[in-house]
Write a protein that binds this ligand. Structure first.
Ligand code: ADP
Ligand code: MG
Length: 524
């Protein structure tokens, strides 16, 4: 390993070393978008430096410039104080700058070891067999040393996304990367895997490398970084020490304004149970049971989150409670009364509102007007009580009111729903479901794909609903969101609720472990 010591890096006169990477005044335009607007960024050897920003802030663009994938329209890059110009990714690799992209660039039929050396032309004089064995050995060594568990002989297609990511990092280590950039690396990881990754990154920094960690998740940035540079709207707005920053201060730098308090302002005791699930089972779309003996209680006025890695039966559970999927076993009580299995009308009548994950499928009829979409549920309830003309007038009036109250950016109540952006579609579904005055609100990944502004609005709606006495069942994979909103957290794994904790006692480690199928350490 050739990593410089602090002493080596200091000049003869003892002056502090120049930053390992410095980017000054970087500008990058795409048609109609200024993706990087005079961005300044610098990171030192030996630090984990987070690049924090909302979706579209310009993080990936900046790192693609640093790795020679894009040419900047203006600005300068210095490596160890020396100006450089990268004309291609090759140039950046030669400077030992390596990036782990969001979409991995591995060759699936090849083994881990083969992928690690792919594109590396050092040591080609030796015979293939010799090299092969030496490479496998080296990969095994690196994997052990850095806690990047993966079998050098496994083929990439056999690996989980977390393992594939480790292969990318091994590749960087094999090439003795000095600067490693990871673009939203935790997006494919469970919290547990993320923690393991953070240890690896800290280790790499401790050796004198520079790690640039890109994320939009505040608690991760706090957990792993030494310093944080915040990008907003293509500009670098601040660089702060992670230890001094709070989640709130980071959040407001990221979105550019003060956020409302993360703590729900409700000093209330939960009310009567609005949902009681006892040993509920239901089938997957194809084949086996997806929900396997789930038991859970949600009381009026509380937000109960179901955490879990997607595909552990959360969607089927929500659909079962919403009456859209038949329970094959067990008991579902809404406000103390059994709902008819597989009958959404019975669920609606009992006071169940459902904001599905799949907004454009089950949530919204894209070709119908916004007004019709806002009325869909009420329409079903009241269709017999009024004449058709009266109904159309009512529906329109109701829509205008909701569009205003929920600030839905729409051309008008008559426009087809498909013209709306994701955030506004979500508001339509929420507005409709809330205005039905539910007792139980099921929200499945209600903020997925939304920008931070829209996310805040949705969170405010959910809190408001709970403050009004509605029981909220929040299904989410996003632990930030869960810890921000939930009074209680239940973890779902392989169709069952495998653990439950209050927000005060919630421990990210433990939740992550349960999500990954580990045992609750307190269980025995
Ligand atoms: P982030 O990684 O912070 O989410 P990006 O750097 O990907 O942000 O994007 C910044 C802005 O530049 C966005 O508005 C995005 O749509 C735009 N953009 C990024 N890459 C391209 C591209 N190759 N072509 C056109 N626009 C792009
Ligand atoms: Mg990005």
């Amino acid at each position: 390993m050739t990593v410089q010591s602090e002493k080596d890096r200091r000049g003869a006169d003892g002056a502090p070393p120049p930053p390992a990477v410095e980017m000054r005044g970087i500008v990058k335009r795409f048609p109609g978008v200024l993706a990087n607007d005079r961005v300044d960024f610098e990171a030192a050897a030996g630090e984990v430096h987070a690049l924090l920003g909302e979706n579209g802030a310009g993080k990936s663009t900046l790192s693609n410039i640093l790795t020679g994938l894009y040419r900047p329209d203006a600005g300068e890059i210095f490596i160890d104080g020396e100006p450089v110009q990268f004309h291609s990714p090759r140039d950046a690799l030669d400077a030992r700058i390596f990036m782990v992209h969001q979409h991995f660039r591995l060759v699936e039929p090849f083994t881990v070891a083969e992928n690690v050396v792919l594109g590396d032309h050092r040591g080609e004089g030796r015979t293939f067999r010799l090299r092969h064995r030496a490479i496998e050995q080296r990969v095994a060594e690196l994997s052990k040393r850095y806690g990047l568990a993966v079998d050098p002989r496994a083929r990439v297609w056999q690996l989980s996304l977390g393992e594939q990511q480790r292969v990318e990092i091994l590749k960087a280590l094999y090439r003795e990367a000095r600067i490693l950039i990871l673009d939203e690396p935790t997006a494919v990881l469970t919290p547990q895997e993320a923690d393991v990754l953070f240890e690896t990154l800290r280790e790499m920094a401790a050796e004198g490398r520079t790690v640039v960690f890109i994320s939009h998740k505040l608690h991760e940035v706090k957990a792993v970084a030494d310093r944080v540079t915040v990008l907003r709207g293509g500009r670098s707005v601040a660089t702060v020490s992670a230890a001094d920053a709070t989640l709130r201060s980071l959040a407001s730098l990221m979105v550019g304004r003060e956020l409302d308090s993360g703590q729900p302002a409700r000093a209330r005791t939960p009310g009567e149970p609005v949902l009681e699930l006892t040993d509920v089972w239901s089938d997957a779309d194809r084949g086996d049971s997806a929900v396997r003996g789930a038991s859970l209680v949600v009381r009026g006025g509380e937000i109960v989150a179901v955490a879990g890695v997607a595909g552990n039966g959360q969607r089927e559970l929500a659909e079962t409670v919403a009456g859209m999927r038949r329970a094959t076993r067990g008991k579902i009580l809404v406000c103390g009364k059994a709902i008819r299995a597989g009958d959404p009308r019975s669920a609606i009548a009992a006071g169940v509102a459902y904001v599905p994950e799949d907004r454009l499928g089950t949530g919204v009829a894209p070709s119908l007007s916004i007004a019709s979409n806002l009325a869909l549920k009420g329409y079903r309830e009241r269709s017999s009580s009024h004449g058709p003309l009266l109904r159309i007038g009512r529906i329109r009036e109701h829509a205008v009111e909701l569009i205003q109250r929920y600030s839905i950016a729409a051309p008008g109540p008559g426009a087809p729903a498909r013209l709306l952006s994701g955030g506004n579609l979500q508001k339509v579904v929420l507005a409709r479901e809330f205005s039905g005055k539910p007792r139980l609100l099921i929200a499945a990944s209600p903020t997925r794909g939304l920008d931070v502004g829209a996310i805040e609005t949705v969170h405010a709606y959910l809190r408001e609903a709970a403050a009004d006495g509605v029981g909220v069942l929040l299904i989410s994979e996003d632990l930030d969101e869960i810890l921000l909103l939930a009074d209680r957290v239940a973890v779902m794994y392989e169709g069952a609720i495998v653990g439950e904790t209050s927000r005060e006692e919630a421990d990210v480690e433990e939740i992550g472990l349960l999500m990954a199928g580990g045992q609750d350490p307190r269980a025995d």
